[in-house]
Design a binder for this molecule. Structure first.
Ligand code: F6R
Length: 360
């Protein structure tokens, strides 16, 4: 049941320290700063030249996050919407690893894309939360995110676990298929080790509720981020629209000036995600919106330059750049939750939506 919480979504947001600890458990070696992932046989990625990640909705945002993490690890990778895969199929062969990212493992669009990849001779891997799901049975390899059951229709803890799992996998694939090891997992493993406690602290001290109250009744809500902050901006907006029924959109920070800026008014709060990479540019983009009257909510560490400029602040800890966006995402989950609550929405069962979409 929901226990002390009014909604499963809030319970599942609060469960993240535990669900992430489960995701990471036994897959890293914090003492030696190593990623182990021993459940995957040595040589499992031999001959892989490129990676395609296929998914829908929130899982697609995790896939996008994963594709960027893979690129940082020196691996050719791209994320694709599973529902576009059959009409816009990129070249696939035996040297392609196709990773299906699906919480339920039952999403029809994702399963169709996975079957297509199998038929084309790709090596396939399912990243799922559900043991015995169709995706787990259809793919060559499976990794379970071990986030525990998720009841709220809006995915929260499973997104965090998918992203962390993909960050781990990116290092493993990078180490296996690249001659050189472009990134050192030390700071990631260190950050992951501290992540459960740090998320606990973040949730306890979050100002998300007062910020949701402050901007209640706005016309639209915008979310921006760059690099690994971009999928977080997309996810922030998806969660917000899904449970508040308000218009929300996520953009790559640098895209704001290429069109969306026309929509910016004092009635469109803008949440800016800072991950520690090219933050100066993101700050400049946010200031362009602020000049047009939009209130800026900076999602960044305390003491960050953006805090002085922004109208409101959601704090994240100083951490590895790969993880910063995931902390920001937890703050945005809380904003969406509290905004929906003020509007008295059926948070765990938004209208017209189902937990798993088994039709095309
Ligand atoms: C949004 C949400 C959906 C799912 C999507 C894919 O909060 O939950 O966008 O992410 O329907 O579902 P899975 O991951 O089960 O394939």
């Amino acid at each position: 049941g929901k226990g002390e919480y009014d909604h499963f979504m809030l319970k599942e947001i609060h469960e993240q320290p535990v669900s992430l600890a489960q995701t990471i458990e036994g897959r890293t070696d914090p003492e030696n700063g190593r990623i182990t992932l021993d459940e995957l046989d040595p040589g499992v990625f031999d001959g892989i030249e490129s990676v395609q990640l296929i998914a829908c909705g929130t899982s697609y945002h995790a896939a996008l996050y994963g594709s960027l993490a893979l690129n940082r690890a020196g691996v050719r990778a791209r994320a694709l919407l599973a529902n576009e895969y059959s009409v816009a199929t990129p070249p696939i062969d035996e040297e392609t690893l196709v990773i299906a990212v699906s919480q339920s493992g039952e999403t029809a669009d994702t399963l169709n894309a996975l079957r297509l990849a199998n038929a084309e001779g790709a090596k396939t891997l399912a990243l799922t939360n559900v043991v015995g799901s169709t995706a787990a049975r259809v793919a060559d390899e499976t990794l379970f995110i071990r986030a525990g059951p998720e009841i709220g229709v809006a995915a929260t803890k499973t997104f965090s676990s998918q992203a962390v799992m993909l960050a781990l996998l990116a290092h493993r694939i990078g180490a296996d298929v690249c001659d050189t090891r472009p990134t050192d997992p030390d700071s990631l493993v260190f950050g992951l080790d501290r992540m459960p406690d740090a998320i606990d602290d973040l949730i306890t001290s979050s100002d998300a509720e007062s910020i949701a109250r402050q901007y209640d009744g706005s016309q639209s809500y915008f979310f921006i981020g760059r690099g690994l902050g971009f999928p977080v901006a997309l996810e922030g907006a998806l969660k917000f629209k899904e449970i508040t029924y308000n218009h929300a959109e996520g953009f790559a920070s640098g895209e704001l000036k290429h069109g969306p800026l026309a929509l910016v008014t004092p009635d469109t709060p803008l949440f800016a995600v800072f991950t520690g990479v090219e933050d100066e540019k993101t700050l400049k983009n946010a200031e362009e919106a602020q000049t047009r009257g939009a209130p800026i909510v900076a999602v960044c560490p305390a003491g960050h330059r953006a805090v002085d400029i922004a109208d409101a602040h959601l704090e994240i800890p100083e951490t590895d750049p790969t993880l910063a966006g995931l902390f920001a995402n937890v703050q945005l989950q809380l904003v969406s939750y509290h905004a929906a609550r003020l509007l008295d929405r059926p948070i765990d069962k938004p209208r017209n939506l189902a937990k798993s979409v088994t039709v095309e």
